[in-house]
Design a protein around this ligand. Structure first.
Ligand SMILES: Cc1cc2nc3c(=O)[nH]c(=O)nc-3n(C[C@H](O)[C@H](O)[C@H](O)COP(=O)(O)OP(=O)(O)OC[C@H]3O[C@@H](n4cnc5c(N)ncnc54)[C@H](O)[C@@H]3O)c2cc1C
Length: 381
């Protein structure tokens, strides 16, 4: 950690040290940018520290989401295996449909994908439950799971890190200020945590997730995605099971989350895929993942809603204004909304962010958080 007052002027301040903040810091630092990374708790202390961190393809229908997920998935597999091999376990990945509707989706994906597929061998077949065997499945030759906390820490090992809560970053005289830290650019990578710059129009949902590491005498030879994910880890004999998602629980509500019930739900769901013998629960991981309302991630500038509405009050009544004419907070980029695919998306989004800040390449409009602004503005009338 570097808290020296003489070195508090940076090119970029990144708030949030989850996988999005850590990949952004890594990409910018490697391009010669002076970066400070800020987190209120520590590195990978939020949703990222809880993640199963599978680098899995998303089984989805064609469209923008499928396209970006495919590019990001290929990029991520290469990124982690090349740069962070010691935190990356590569294994074939068996995705099993978990209901009749998913059967159709898997069937279609299987017929269209260019990703290498394998046939399920006897060792795996004998492990699987009847339900799993009867369901449609796709067996990818190349899957991976990363050590979520290990990889986040390794990504930022050369970055100045500051453990502090950023309340309201201030823009003054062409510079962003967070506490005693200053920079021309601000990157917000705060996941599902309370917003620190007014941007109510950004539709983000925090969903609580729980995963466990267990000891078991059953050998799990590949990564399995079914009702939950079941996967070998970097530690021999340790299997990760995750994640259950609870859309109703929020750590900010002061409610209690029942960890024992969480265990039960995870083990029950895992048992629908295969029988795990001699189980001992070793460790719990819990956290919030933040998803956008349209499932696409967000990477882009934030609209200053007040000043845009003052300038174009008729937006409230449906007047169309081209997004380039909105007022944006200067030099402020949000990276967020990756849902259950943060580890898949982050390396690619961080590369795009670096190209934007360093090489002045425009960001993809499709990912801009401003896409939520007109609809929100209409509700303000
Ligand atoms: C149980 C579970 C399993 C998952 N499994 C997978 C998986 O298999 N594969 C996959 O790709 N994804 C998975 N995900 C999703 C993935 O974890 C998320 O998409 C990803 O963590 C999002 O990262 P992030 O950096 O945007 O947010 P976070 O990891 O939540 O990081 C945000 C950080 O911002 C900090 N912060 C917030 N506000 C402030 C402030 N005011 N000042 C300072 N710091 C602040 C927080 O402390 C936090 O560390 C899973 C998620 C969960 C919960």
């Amino acid at each position: 950690m570097d808290n020296n007052a003489d070195t508090n002027i940076y090119d970029v301040l990144i708030i949030g040290a989850g996988i999005n903040g850590c990949c952004s810091a890594y990409a910018l630092h490697n391009a010669g940018v002076k970066v400070a990374l800020i987190d209120q708790t520590g590195i990978a202390a939020g949703g990222s520290g809880a993640a199963g961190a599978f680098i899995s393809p998303k089984i989805s229908k064609s469209g923008e989401l499928k396209e970006i997920m495919e590019v990001a998935h290929t990029y991520a597999l290469d990124f982690y295996t090349t740069n962070f091999a010691q935190y990356t376990l590569t294994k074939p990945l068996l995705h099993i449909a978990n209901d009749p509707k998913e059967n159709e989706k898997v069937k279609l994906f299987k017929s269209k994908t260019t990703l290498e597929q394998l046939s399920v061998d006897e060792t795996i077949q004998t492990l699987l439950s009847d339900e799993a065997l009867k369901s449609e499945a796709i067996f990818f030759a190349n899957g991976a799971v990363v050590d979520a906390q290990g990889v986040c820490k390794a990504l930022v090992s050369e970055i100045d890190f500051f453990c502090l809560k950023a309340d309201s970053p201030i823009w003054q005289e062409g510079t962003w200020r967070v506490g005693k830290l200053f920079a021309k650019h601000l990157v917000l990578a705060i996941g599902a945590y309370p917003k620190i710059i007014p941007s109510e129009y950004v539709g983000l949902r925090g969903i609580w997730g729980h995963r466990i590491d267990i000891e078991t005498s059953t050998i799990v030879p590949c990564i399995l995605h079914h009702h939950v994910s079941i996967s070998p880890t970097m530690q021999t004999g340790v299997v990760a099971i995750g994640a259950t998602h609870d859309v109703h629980y929020s750590p900010f509500s002061g409610e209690h989350y029942d960890v024992k019930q969480g265990h039960q739900a995870l083990l029950e769901k895992a048992s629908k895929t295969l029988k795990l013998n001699n189980i001992k629960i070793l460790k719990d991981y819990m956290g919030l993942r933040s998803g956008s309302n349209d499932y696409l991630p967000m990477l882009g500038a934030l609209v200053d809603a007040n000043s845009t509405l003052n300038l174009y009050p008729l937006i409230r009544h449906g007047q169309h204004i081209h997004p380039k004419d909105y007022h944006f907070y200067p030099n402020c980029t949000m990276i967020n909304g990756s849902g259950g695919y943060g580890f898949v998306l982050a390396p690619y989004l961080a590369k795009c962010l670096k190209e934007h800040i360093v090489d002045h390449k425009p960001l993809d409009e499709i990912l801009s958080p401003s896409r939520f602004f007109p609809r929100w503005a209409k509700r303000q009338s």
